[in-house]
Design a protein around this ligand. Structure first.
Ligand SMILES: [Zn+2]
Length: 428
């Protein structure tokens, strides 16, 4: 394998930076000891993977890339309805509705003349495809894997795995072979753990810790593969991160039900007001017919003990997201910093819809800006970068411009900025 510049992103979905220990995450701590460790790394809002993956791909916040949460209100000609962004067909539905999926180009698109971009993801299909919805590179996912032009890959090349520890391990093996050994310019490995276990078991429980250990082993495998092709990181820049953290679910709240019973929404399935929930946050779409109820609704919401804050979307910048003019209300659900039975701090109320009645109390969730949710981690290792701890305020949207600068591609206008100039380098 000859020398070539490459960028590699490994995402341990939902892993909180305060949950790394020498016993549970030896490989991650080994990466950290040789990386620039960003102490003040923020997720985007809402802190959900389906908004985070396009934020990584485009270097932009949700309001600018256009994926506003885990679910989105869309109108396919029969009035506004709530659609799950995670579904395999969501990108096609959205393209039909608004002519485009994302409002900004992805890294895969910007690298189309440079070399192959290959993405392996074991989270929801929607979150996977949103990294490259127009098919400039490759996206491998259990619901369907596509090459350039969104052509399905040959049968032997499919990624037939399940969510969870075993699937992540198999996907990592493929990633190391096809991306690291295969000499791909840009590769992304998006693990389902510890997010999958976190959604189904208490944070810090044996099941959750086992999932964190699994993600750590996958990171170790990627490091071993890089050690073969570029042992001194002279050509490779490696980002190891999570897209957000998690809080524990304190209560579950069906917002549509609350709005019907307080007289704001005419019936549970009416389209005057439609709720799209994203775990511990939600977006409320207000139709023209209900516009005059908006301010009263904001006042009502701000008086509920399950609401931390209801924003008219014009003041979203208060939570670090650019403002977005429109008729929606965004809710960050209430929470506190109380620890669960395993000593993991941070509880939140969780928004649920009719399809989520099985949401358990006491398991992990995310979407808002609660204590544990805003604790993702970011380690960057690369050519001449000196291991150090950076206090700089950085966020998920800074990955794309950094990757493009490393690969000598001039990025278009993005919300993020390249981290290369602010990382400490060895004097050459
Ligand atoms: Zn999740």
């Amino acid at each position: 394998m000859g020398c070539m510049k490459r960028a590699v992103v490994v995402v341990c979905d939902s892993l909180r930076r305060d949950m790394m220990t020498t016993e549970t995450t030896p490989n991650l701590l080994a990466v950290a000891s040789r990386s620039v460790v960003f102490k003040d790394f923020s997720p985007v809002f809402p802190s959900v993977t389906r908004s985070s993956s396009p934020a990584i791909a485009t270097g932009c916040h949700p309001v600018n890339h256009g994926i506003l949460g885990s679910a989105m209100v869309i109108d396919e000609g029969t009035g506004p309805v709530c659609a799950s962004v995670g579904d395999p067909d969501f990108v096609d539905r959205l393209r039909k509705v608004r002519g485009t999926v994302l409002f900004r180009p992805t890294i895969s698109e910007l690298l189309q003349d440079v070399g192959d971009a290959k993405i392996f993801s074991n989270v929801s299909a929607g979150a996977a495809y949103l990294l490259d919805p127009e098919g400039y590179g490759y996206v491998y996912h259990r619901a369907g894997s596509y090459g350039p032009g969104r052509k399905p890959v040959p049968a032997a090349d499919r990624l037939d795995i399940a969510v969870g520890i075993e699937g992540d391990a198999e996907m990592t093996r493929r990633f190391c072979r096809d991306v690291i050994e295969g000499g791909v310019v840009f590769g992304t490995l998006w693990l389902s753990e510890p997010d999958n276990a976190g959604h189904n078991s208490p944070l810090g429980s044996p099941t959750h810790i086992a999932a964190i250990k699994s993600a750590d082993r996958c990171v170790g495998n990627v490091l071993e593969a890089i050690a073969v092709v570029d042992p001194h990181f002279t050509e490779t820049v490696l980002f190891v991160c999570s897209d957000h953290g998690m809080n524990s679910v304190r209560r579950t709240i069906d917002i549509a039900y609350q709005l019907v019973h307080s007289g704001f929404k005419s019936s549970y399935h009416s389209d005057d007001i439609v709720v799209a929930d994203s775990g511990t946050s939600a977006r409320i779409h207000i139709s023209n017919s209900a516009k005059d109820r908006k301010q009263d609704l904001i006042n009502f919401l701000n008086n509920q003990d399950w609401v931390d804050r209801a924003f008219s979307s014009d003041d979203l910048h208060d939570i670090g997201s650019p403002s977005c003019p429109g008729t929606s209300i965004v809710i960050a659900m209430a929470g506190d910093n109380v620890a669960n039975e395993y000593g993991v701090s941070g509880m939140s109320d969780c928004a649920i819809g009719p399809d989520e009645v099985d949401q358990q109390i006491g398991v992990g969730q995310h979407g808002g800006a609660g204590f544990g949710e805003v604790q993702p981690f970011l380690f960057v290792r690369g050519p001449n970068l000196r291991a150090s701890v950076s206090e700089a305020k950085v966020s998920l949207v800074d990955l794309a411009p950094t990757i493009l600068e490393h690969l000598d591609v001039k990025p278009p206008r993005m919300d993020g900025r390249s981290l290369l100039p602010i990382m400490t380098r060895w004097a050459v």
